[in-house]
Design a protein. Sequence first.
Length: 275
Amino acid sequence: MKKKYNYILSITLVFFVFTSCLVRKKIKDNQQINYELLFEDNFNGNAYDTQFWSCYPLENRKSPWNKYVTDDKDLAEVKNGNLFLRARWNSKTDLPETGAIFTKNKFSFKYGKIEVRAKFNRFGQGGWPAIWLMPQNEIYSGWPDAGEIDIMEQLNSDNFVHQAVHQTNGESKRISTEKKPFPLISTAEYNTYSVVKLPNRIEFYVNNQLTMVHESKGDYAKRWPFETDYYIILNYASADKGQSGVEFWPGFVTSTEGFPYEMAVDYVKVWKVID
């Protein structure tokens, strides 16, 4: 999914929202779409801006990714122009504690482009950082009927990321589109992860390279949930050692020596589609 309590930065944000520059991108031959910058957060300051971001609700721990979300500023720390999302290990409980923030009820967009620049500073077995979108106003209720757009998920120490869409075909059958393992990324450097969300079409990019297109065709068209506003989620999830009995996509943590795991987010930018 800046610290704008400062008056000058607030005015700057308003300027960007209402008057900012246009960017252009060809999506098909002989077709061009115009975008206007709608939202930009460069994470300047010493905390994430609560005008736009909230900690993920602690009581909503129904899924493996949010099972250990903890409202602690050290797990979603802003400094040096970055948001640092972390997963740490609590030696007393012998369980992880993880950071997650989102823009639900504060910022969402229907059509446009989102780009996030991030790098993985520390990572290891059981780690699971992600950048993704969920519907602000669901067309179909419940997951996966409501639709999920995963801009980036990285597992363990992989040097590639996963990009995926989750929905159903209208018959309670979960159907997903996923791209892996290419392109490879440099885990020591910043990489950009992007989604272009258009009517009946979702495009995925890594470092400005088109990786996948998801369209309202075939089974996907039967219960297409994506023509609505989506909010942003940024998080660093972690598995446990198996004590909870929960199945985690990255597998279980086998050693705690590499903790805390950390993803640094340089910026989040969203452009809206304009005529």
